[in-house]
Design a protein. Structure first.
Length: 629
């Protein structure tokens, strides 16, 4: 029949049928057309309006067409044909049902991933805070630590600044102990005597008041103090009127000082943990050879703009050789040959960088072991669910659809494990920070921040891919016909797959690396604990009296004070013996002096041997039971 001979009603209804999906129209279109034309023909005989037949037929066709398109969309999604990725929400619902249906598997897999991700994230937070995070100072790349990296006198501070053009300025730092009284209970805390331009070298500004000016660095004029934010809050209640007050901060030749500034909460000291800073008084007229102040611990400097580290090192070596010719008894040949100017960050983390990288590598191996564990669990779970997946494939689910379902399950597993791992890392980091002061540099900057959380996200995604991709691909490529022929056989009756064997081998190898490394570490720790320290510390308690120097200005009065303190302690019940020493054994403090033993003659120009001393009072050896050989 040609188009011209087709009745207009038939042509109109066929256009209406275009609302339906093609497969539905090809199967049912002719029948629907015949029914509609029959109703239209009968409308005259039953008194029904042809217009009403058209209205009702059009409405029915539209509503039914919408329903058919929805049904087709759901069918395509279930069979993997609903677009390239189908319905993510449907995949997610399937993954939730699958994990809830196997609670034991889910708990083991999530716990394994959480431990691996939590440990690696916590370790990365330490590496980031200690090694990777920039120092909180202005133009930090220009900050260096200068020779000598040991105690020396104050004169060397300004002399090195004048003799090395590559150094813009040099600040000396002498760690000290101070006592605060008159503000409630007396409080002892650490502090530092620094050059007057110390804060300018670091590029730091006070939160309140000002820092030191040059006049405070001359002898007799250094009665000022700058407070840290912590001591300002703890001892002075964050009172802004503390500026200009004279407070009883005794130590480093003064008993009272005037508060001139408060540093901000985010300021980080270069060395140690000082709570206050006082001026380092330097007499520039005093010759280097006559300066007996051997208590400047470190010298931090800033490179001149345009100067390089190599230039600074070359100039400092030349200065050290000239100084040795001038004062051979104070600058040894070893000191002159080991001159160095090093970046500040490198100096701060010295000795810890290799340890932390090795530790991060070790926990990364643990994470890989966890991934291999979860991958094996997913493989076993895939064997158990092989029948279910085969049935889905038989009903029309494509390989892409099966792969997407399994990847959604693995991703949800990784997301939950990563979330618990991130929470676990926060607890691990807090515990580490609580026990690490004095062991790790910059430990106060260790924490779980945005960068660490990005690492946790990366570790989660990597773990999900490593643990779930291979099992999902294997399950999606399974032989449907062979699986169905196995009927109701148990999964345990199937042979172990080659992929499972490979994963098991990788897991054993990684676990062996971790076990060997842990064993060596424990063996080293055991040997360290077995080293005889040469004294008995069981039942020994220590404390440190710190009397104001102005009250005990000479050696005899100071000695009388310490003997009186020891006598009072000796009279206490349960005290067997009492002694005193200037530096506790096992601490990092040193007290070295050039020494000429009786009867020993040194060749002209050769400095005497430098010997480490400890000053003790009677009773010390008996108290700590040091054996005499």
């Amino acid at each position: 029949m040609t188009m011209s001979r087709i009745p207009p009603a038939t042509r109109a209804y066929r256009l209406l049928l275009r609302l339906f999906p093609g497969p539905f129209r090809r199967r049912w279109g002719a029948d629907m057309e015949a029914v509609f034309l029959h109703r239209l023909a009968e409308a005259r005989g039953v008194g029904e309006s042809r217009l009403w037949v058209w209205f009702r037929g059009g409405l029915d066709a539209f509503s039914q067409a919408v329903a058919e398109w929805r049904a087709l969309s759901r069918s395509r999604v279930e069979k993997g044909g609903g677009g390239r990725w189908g319905s993510p929400s449907l995949d997610l619902r399937y993954a939730v049902r699958a994990l809830l249906g196997a609670p034991a598997f889910s708990l083991i897999a999530v716990g394994t991933l959480a431990l691996g991700i939590g440990a690696s994230t916590a370790m990365f937070s330490v590496v980031h805070g200690v090694l990777l995070r920039d120092l909180p100072y202005r133009e930090r790349d220009r900050l260096v630590v200068t020779w000598p990296e040991r105690n020396h006198n104050k004169s060397l501070v300004h002399m090195s600044a004048e003799a090395v053009p590559a150094l813009e300025s040099v600040s000396g730092i002498a760690l000290w102990t101070f006592t605060l009284s008159g503000e409630g209970e007396p409080m002892e805390f650490s502090g530092a005597a620094v050059s007057t331009h110390h804060f300018e070298v670091l590029g730091a500004q006070p939160a309140l008041g000002r820092t030191f000016d040059n006049s405070l660095g001359t002898p007799g004029n250094g009665g000022a103090v700058v407070l840290s934010h912590g001591i300002w809050v703890r001892a002075f209640g964050a009172d802004p009127d503390v500026l200009g007050r004279t407070v009883e901060v005794s130590g480093h030749d003064y008993e009272r000082r005037t508060v001139i500034g408060v540093m901000p909460a985010g300021f980080r000291p270069v060395f140690g943990e000082p709570q206050v800073w006082v001026p380092l008084e330097i007499d520039r007229s005093l010759p280097f050879e006559s300066d007996g102040s051997w208590y400047v611990n470190r010298r931090v400097a800033r490179l001149t703009p345009g100067a390089t580290l190599a230039q600074a090192n070359q100039q400092m070596r030349a200065f050290a050789l000239r100084l040795r010719e001038r004062a051979p008894t104070q600058i040894s040949e070893d000191q002159a040959q080991t001159v160095s100017v090093r970046p500040l960050q490198e100096f701060i983390v010295e000795g810890m960088d290799h340890v932390l990288w090795v530790a991060l590598g070790a926990v990364s191996l643990v994470l890989l072991v966890a991934c291999a564990n979860v991958a094996n669990l997913l493989l076993v779970r895939g064997e158990i669910r092989a029948q279910d997946l085969a049935v889905r494939a038989t009903l029309g689910a494509t390989r892409q659809r099966v792969l997407r379902m399994l990847l959604a399950e693995g991703s949800l597993l990784g997301l939950i494990g990563g979330s618990f791992g991130a929470l676990l890392s926060i607890g691990l980091v807090r515990a580490l920070v609580a026990i690490a002061p004095g062991v790790l540099p910059r430990v106060d900057e260790v924490g779980v921040n945005g960068t660490v959380l990005l690492f946790a996200l990366g570790a989660t995604l990597t773990s999900t891919v490593l643990a779930g991709l291979a099992p999902a691909i294997r399950a999606s490529r399974a032989d449907v016909t062979g699986t169905l022929r196995q009927g109701q056989r148990s999964a345990s009756g199937r042979p172990v797959s080659r992929l499972s064997m490979y994963l098991l081998g990788i897991q054993v190898a990684l676990a062996a690396c971790v076990a060997v490394g842990s064993g060596l570490m424990l063996r080293s720790m055991d040997r360290l604990l077995r080293v005889d320290p040469g004294l008995q510390d069981s039942g020994v308690l220590t404390f440190r009296p710190n009397p104001p120097g102005s009250r005990y200005p000479d050696g005899l009065s100071a000695l009388a004070y310490y003997e009186a303190v020891l006598e009072r302690i000796r009279s206490l019940p349960d005290v067997e013996s009492v002694g005193a020493i200037n530096l506790l054994p096992g601490t990092s403090g040193t007290w070295n002096f050039p020494t000429i033993p009786e009867g020993v003659e040194y060749p002209e120009g050769t400095p005497p041997t430098s010997i480490n001393f400890r000053a003790v009072l009677p009773g010390y050896s008996e108290t700590v039971q040091v054996p005499l050989v």
